[in-house]
Design a binder for this molecule. Structure first.
Ligand code: URA
Length: 201
């Protein structure tokens, strides 16, 4: 059994939060165990809760198109969420839910060891770009402990606000170059409260 499959079995037994009682299926994440790129969204929605797979609704269809635009598919990357159960009525995740679920996400990152983590939306952004706003830092990256962190708007944002579609597409297009560039970008010793940041364009 793979390390991820073993982890999924443990996640399925987790009932730390109330929302776990209402879920149809837990949505741990999916993709390649050795993926270079890991995408982290927010939380499962209705479609994901039904299928037990991340990003399979309308936002997921856009994510698939974005991946295809850089010649990737979901089997070549890893896709996860900050929390693994659907919040009731698709409300925002609670801070306690994010805290409870964090060890699962940490373990996924530890197993996959991605070269790049792409945050989709503000909940995953908040962890790696604390205190920043998505409108200011989308399309920018920072490197810490050898991992590139890249912030993007959530794909669902384009469904609500059509004008963001091109922005999201343009940000996605930066990813291949960033991965190549990552080998040449030197990481300086992190300053207290400050990470080595480089901006793409
Ligand atoms: N939105 C998310 O953040 N994650 C999903 O899996 C689906 C929609």
């Amino acid at each position: 059994m793979s390390l991820l499959t073993e982890l999924y079995e443990q996640i399925a037994l987790c009932h730390k939060c109330e929302i776990s009682r209402a879920r149809t299926t837990v949505v741990p994440g999916e993709g390649a165990e050795d993926a270079d790129i890991m995408f982290i969204g927010e939380a499962p929605g209705w479609h994901e809760d039904q299928q037990g797979r991340p990003f399979v609704g309308p936002a997921g269809q856009f994510l698939d198109q974005l991946l295809a635009s850089i010649n990737l598919n979901r089997k070549q990357v890893y896709i996860a969420n900050v929390i693994k159960c659907r919040p009731t009525g698709n409300r925002d995740p609670l801070p306690s839910e994010i805290t409870n679920c964090q060890p699962w996400l940490d373990k996924q990152i530890e197993i996959i060891q991605p070269r790049m983590i792409v945050t989709l939306g503000r909940y995953s952004m908040a962890r790696y770009f604390p205190g920043k706003t998505i409108s200011k830092i989308h399309g920018t990256a920072l490197k810490k402990d050898g991992i590139i962190y890249f912030a993007m708007y959530h794909p669902a944002a384009a469904l609500h606000q059509q004008s963001l579609r091109q922005t999201i597409e343009a940000d996605m297009n930066k990813i291949p170059a960033l991965l190549v560039e990552s080998d040449t970008v030197k990481e300086t010793a992190p300053q207290p409260q400050q990470l080595n940041m480089f901006e793409v364009q």
